[in-house]
Each structure stands twice: as C-alpha cells, then as structure tokens.
Design a protein around this ligand. Sequence first.
Ligand code: PGA
Length: 248
Amino acid sequence: MSLILAGNWKLNKSPKEAEAFAKEFLQKTSQSLQSQTLIFPSAISFVSVSEAFESSSIGFGFQNIATQDSGAYTGENSAAMSKELGATHVLIGHSERRKLYAETNKDVNEKIQLALKNYLVPVICIGETLEERQKNITNDVLKRQLKEGLEGIQFTSAPIIAYEPVWAIGTGEVATPEQANSAHECIKSYLPELISSEIANKIKVLYGGSVKPANAKELGAQKNIDGFLVGGASLKVESFLGIGEHCV
Ligand code: PGA
C-alpha cells in the first residue's frame, strides 16, 4: 500500500522560491503521483505554491491555525481562511509550536475542532522529548497527548497522526525503524479507546524526524508506518522526491 508523503516547510521558502520549487517538481515528475503528497508551506507562500501546482493531485495545508474563528487576534490565521484558500489539511500541535509558542494539548484540542468544523483534515503531531524517552515514559507521553488532544471530539472522518520524536526533529538523529514502529503500534492500539474503532482503524500514522532518502525505505517498510512528515529534506525537490520513491 502506498505511503503518505508530507512536506513541512516551516519558516522557509518565499512565494517566489515556493513557485520555483513547484516548477522544478513538476518538471521532474512526468507521471502522475503514485502516493498521496501534501505540502505545508508558510501561510504567505500558500497561494503561489498551490497555484503553481494547480493541475497536480498534491494537497496543501497551513502549518498552524488559530484557536479562534475570528476577532482581535493579531498575527493569527483561521481554519476558515485557510479553507477558503484551498487548504485540505492542517498541521496541529507540531513540537515547535508546543515548545516555542507554548501550545498545550488543550489548544490542540480546540484547533482540531476548528479544523473539522471547516472540513480540513487535521494532521495531529505528537512525540516525546529525549528526556522522556530516557525515562522510559514515551508511551505514557504519547497517550497523554492523544487523550487530552482528542478528548470529547466526535470524528466523522479520520484525522492523520504524525509521530515525531522531538529529539529526532532537525537533528539528523533518526528513530530506528523498531523505535518508530513500536511508538506507532502504541498509538494505533490506544486510539480505539478514545474514538470509535471504525474511525480509529482508518487513521494513518506518519513518522517525522530527520527522514531522508537514505532512511525512508527501511522506515517505510515497518508495518505500522503509513507515511512521512518531512521537514529539512522536503525543501529540495531531489530529496523530497527521493523519499517519495519509497512511498509508492
Ligand atoms: P525534519 O523535521 O525532517 O527536519 O527533522 C520534521 C518535522 O519537524 O516535521
């Protein structure tokens, strides 16, 4: 079964750079894409990149949304606004948002509800820090993030979960296939305790954290890994497509 390939550009690529990426990407992929591909550009580059990719099957999303629909919240973008621009997905609770912007599981919960209300597929990011892994509490951390993040939400369609160990993000240090697979297994077996098993069984769990063409094959071969959320290696067409080769 093909894997989902998602690129998180973070605070990179101006509108012009994003457009150049799209042109190069389309030149290098003559055939239609075999795997589901998603790109999360900066909000400012969203229109230029989604327009440049218009005739392709790629989906686009914002990297974050506000916890409110509208109002006096300087600097924020709402789920409804992102939907209006053509977003299909949205990243929620990325570890950089949690760490640098003090985002809590409660914020994550509110953002998921707003995403669903606006027919966006939430890509819910969870993961443990190095200290938590060393204390052997990885599974407890993941379960708490899921419990508080999903609490009380009635899903009528499946969200996506991204497991991203914080210690592997942007560090070059990747989780071993066994570590990633075991975390994904924990997530998948816990989800039916939180939401209907019908929806839970449809949830895809992506791995993120220093994914590169060189490690994607082995990671992608793991039973419980359904795709990748890629940061650094999604910024160059060659490496993004190099990972994509292992997603078909
Ligand atoms: P990385 O980032 O691939 O650069 O480690 C992944 C992410 O933060 O989504």
